[in-house]
Design a protein around this ligand. Sequence first.
Ligand code: NAD
Ligand code: TYD
Length: 343
Amino acid sequence: MNILVTGGAGFIGSNFIFYMLEKHPEYRILCLDALTYAGNLKTLEPVMDNDNFRFVKGDIRDREFIFNFFGKEDFDMVVNFAAESHVDRSIEDPGVFLETNIIGTQILMDACREYGIQRFHQVSTDEVYGDLPLDKPELMFTEDTPIKTSSPYSASKASADLLVEAYNRTFGLPVTISRCSNNYGPYQFPEKLIPLMISKALAEEELPVYGKGENVRDWLYVEDHCRAIDLILHKGKDGEVYNIGGHNERSNLEVVKTILVELDKPESLISFVEDRAGHDLRYAIDPTKISEELGWKPTILFDEGIKKTVKWYLDNKKWWENILSGDYQDYYQRMYKDEQVNS
Ligand code: NAD
Ligand code: TYD
């Protein structure tokens, strides 16, 4: 089996590559990644010498390159992780989100049609469903929940999902889509909530919590997400959408306080800053379909996963400290300057 993994130098894609090379040592995996600010070749160092792994730098927005590339390779499946993935950046500059997340997906699917790929899997997000109220804990996203997006990021992911379904129905391209809740774990770029708060707490800097920290996310340890995608690739039905999540809802404030306890740092580091524009209140996944049809269940609950994650960031300081120098700093200055409204 030859699998193309796009965006594999990022957080979830790299974890997926590690998972697949271990689980299916006979598979060949090729990672295609443009190495944007979020892609990091250092992350892939542990597998660079594996004979069944190759890395190619390339942009999914480049139609000519992608067609030439597919012409030279012989893929059975394509798993598309490549995306602009940070909501705050999409509020700052939506354009590149539309180009990569929508047009890039279309170009990949056109190449899949041309070269007769057996399965195109789109890695999507629960954010395509919009948000749920805080006071109705019984409500959860199912695969039938209407698409209703809030941010340019989620709108771009939802647009891509609609295109994937259209390519399936109109052109018969074999596809599956997974919509997962918030991931956490090793190699997550330190602009996202959990690694950002870990790095800030270790530096004893203020931890910027948006609004009152009441917003709720449904956290999934990244390896559980990777296992779900592997199952969908092998057992998922053509044209189907699968929600992935493990009933691990936490408010942002709870998450930040848990990290502070793990690191033995004071809550006085928490700083409540101006809320994100259009900030989704709550995400919660109903995983009934994937558990009943494919037998998937999460194996790592939040209390265990957050301990493992904090330990990973403590043991791998060099990985994220390198990232924290350079361009990211400029972006960070723009995002948080003058933002503190209540400390
Ligand atoms: P990430 O930002 O860490 O990684 C994205 C990767 O895509 C990077 O390596 C980047 O270099 C690459 N990339 C970006 N633009 C590209 C382009 N034009 N061509 C080729 N490569 C390009 O993101 P992540 O958190 O690993 O998310 C991966 C996927 O999973 C995304 O599609 C995201 O929407 C989805 N997802 C993420 C989460 C989450 O909690 N992080 C949850 C559900 C779904
Ligand atoms: P994030 O990790 O950006 O993921 P998403 O927006 O895709 O859910 O943010 C998770 C939650 O944490 C979200 O409600 C926004 C909040 N948040 C903060 O309070 N402070 C921060 O500095 C960041 C990056 C996020």
